[in-house]
Design a protein around this ligand. Structure first.
Ligand code: NAP
Length: 426
């Protein structure tokens, strides 16, 4: 309740540059669930570089799908919030205004285009800053193949996984000391003299903290998703054979959580073969684990055996890009970052500055992130409509340059024309 009241109060504040749409209603949290009105206020951050091109195209499709499916009964009230170059222009050079964070906390659900990471000058990545400030602890990437999309696999149709990557811990905490620095020397002295560790003198040092709290909340989200969407398994991907008390602990905490909180629903691989002759009973969820290096092979050789994947931060970073490449790469892979309720959906590629304002690139990643967003707010019918119209467009070989160059007899179109083609097929 305190959480809900705090948000009610926050809503009263006035913003400097953000205009709250008069017609829309706020998404709220009631009894631990999102309460979504028929005209929800959803936030958008345009993004830099190719951001405006893909955002304009995608918003047209999202709105057209809602109109088509709900006939005006449900309609998004869009609210623009600012980050990156556009924010810097409005807020005196501030790339990451506080009121953007306030709005994201107050209104819960938004979608963003890619943001430039300004190089040098002590700037941290805006994407990392957003994740940390909002405690967006689960980075979620569904990866599946759409017919007609070029793939390096012989059977890309077997790839259909959702990767839950822990987003706040592991080596991403930035606890690092440069080789030879007084800090590195001090940490090394402590480790060698007091802890008996062996180390080449003057090494650079990085620290990898991983907690039970951080691991379990990520794995819980993955299991909840698997159960609510009828998925068959959750695989814990870790490097616990080498890093026992971080990656290995992640795996153990995962099994412990499954036993404690999902008893009666969960089947382990051992039980699957001992008790069920290898056949997962209806309504049960298989929980298993794989060492990270083997998992990369498995996703190439036996992708059909994997469904939902839960993994620590660094493994997840590598794995999500590698698996995305199996089904067409960055132009198409959607993504989202979740806290308990706040969710920020995003294109997973960067700003591709050389293509900015050319109406050229593939809007697929952002578009399909919007499909995830519609699913998240319970607009599954609109999400399905977009996905199937998207599939038909690509099947008709109407594609942007990136796919066209890998396909035979493709009809290459601009970003905006691609959007029109999807809308025609809704
Ligand atoms: P990038 O912007 O993702 O672009 C790399 C290449 O990927 C492009 O040259 C293009 O390939 C292809 N590509 C990316 N988006 C595409 C799309 N929508 N359609 C078709 N092809 C697409 O990566 P980068 O050049 O390394 O990074 C540029 C900037 O983006 C940097 O400032 C970086 O920090 C930032 N960035 C932001 C995010 C984020 O906001 N989430 C993520 C990554 C990077 P071809 O050249 O082969 O056509």
């Amino acid at each position: 309740m305190a959480h809900e009241q705090a948000h009610e109060q926050a809503h009263e504040q006035a913003y400097e540059h953000i205009t709250v749409p008069a017609v829309g209603e706020r998404i709220t949290v009631r009894e631990g669930r999102l309460a979504v009105p028929d005209n929800p206020i959803l936030m958008w951050i345009e993004g830099d570089g190719i951001g405006p091109d893909i955002m304009t195209a995608s918003k047209r499709i999202w709105d057209a799908a809602a109109q088509k499916v709900y006939g005006g009964q449900r309609k998004v009230a869009w609210m623009e919030v600012y980050a990156g170059d556009k924010a810097a222009g409005l807020y005196d050079g501030n790339y990451f205004p506080d009121e953007t964070l306030d709005a994201l906390r107050d209104f819960y659900v938004g979608i963003k285009g890619p943001l430039t990471t300004p190089v040098g000058g002590g700037f941290r990545s805006l994407n990392v800053a957003l994740r940390q400030e909002l405690d967006l602890y689960a980075c979620v990437r569904p990866v599946k193949w759409y017919p007609g999309i070029p793939s390096p696999l012989r059977h890309p149709e077997l790839v259909d996984v959702v990767i839950y990557r822990e987003n706040t811990e592991d080596v991403y905490g930035g606890i690092e000391y440069k080789a030879g620095s007084p800090e590195a020397e001090k940490v090394q002295r402590f480790l060698v003299e007091e802890m008996g560790a062996a180390m080449v003198p003057h090494s650079g040092i990085g620290i990898k903290p991983m907690s039970e709290f951080g691991s379990k909340r990520l794995i819980r989200k993955a299991i909840d998703y698997a159960l609510s969407s009828g998925r068959k398994s959750v695989t814990l991907v870790h490097k616990g054979n080498i890093q026992k008390y971080t990656e290995g602990a992640f795996m153990q905490w995962g099994y412990e959580l499954a036993r404690q909180e999902y008893a009666g629903v969960i089947v382990t691989e051992e039980q699957l073969y001992d008790q069920y002759r290898g056949q997962l009973p209806e309504g049960k969820l298989l929980i298993k684990d794989r060492i990270a290096d083997i998992m990369f092979q498995q996703m190439l050789l036996r992708p059909a055996e994997y469904d939902v994947i839960a993994t620590p931060n660094l493994n997840g970073d590598y794995l999500s890009d590698a698996v995305a490449a199996e089904v067409g790469g960055v132009g198409i892979a959607p993504g989202a970052n979740f806290a308990d309720y706040v969710a920020l959906f995003e294109a997973t590629h960067g700003t591709a500055p050389k293509y900015a304002n050319q109406d050229k690139v593939n809007p697929g990643s952002l578009l399909l992130s919007g499909v995830m967003m519609f699913d998240y707010i319970g607009w599954g019918e609109a999400a399905d409509a977009i996905e199937s119209a998207y599939t038909r467009t690509v099947e008709d070989k109407i594609v942007t340059y990136d796919f066209a160059r890998q396909m035979d007899e493709a009809h290459e179109v601009k970003t905006s024309d691609f959007a029109s083609a999807v809308i025609e097929r809704l």
